[in-house]
Design a protein around this ligand. Structure first.
Ligand SMILES: [Zn+2]
Length: 82
C-alpha cells in the first residue's frame, strides 16, 4: 500500500469528463505520490499538485497504484542497484 492520488480536475481547474459511474475518465487511475524534494508530484507525469501548486483538484489515499506508467516506473527503479 502506498500514498496514491487521482485527479478530479485538470491543472487548469477544469472538471474532467466522467463516465456512467461518475468516475473521472482522465486521471481515473491512482498514481503513486512522489514527495521527494519540495513538491508533491505523480511519479509518471510529474504533475505538481496541492499545497498551492497548480489548480488540480484531487483525492488521495493509502492504497494500490493502478496507473500502468507508475507501475512500470516502480518496477524499473526496483531493478536499480546502488
Ligand atoms: Zn501514474
Amino acid at each position: 500500500m502506498s500514498h496514491v492520488v487521482r485527479f478530479l480536475t485538470t491543472d487548469d481547474g477544469e472538471a474532467v469528463e466522467t463516465n456512467e459511474q461518475g468516475d473521472p475518465i482522465w486521471g481515473s487511475e491512482w498514481h503513486l505520490v512522489n514527495s521527494f524534494g519540495d513538491a508533491h508530484r505523480t511519479l509518471c507525469g510529474g504533475e505538481v499538485f496541492g499545497f498551492g501548486e497548480g489548480a488540480a483538484e484531487f483525492e488521495d489515499k493509502i492504497g494500490k497504484i493502478t496507473c500502468d506508467r507508475c507501475i512500470e516506473m516502480v518496477k524499473f527503479f526496483k531493478k536499480v542497484r546502488l
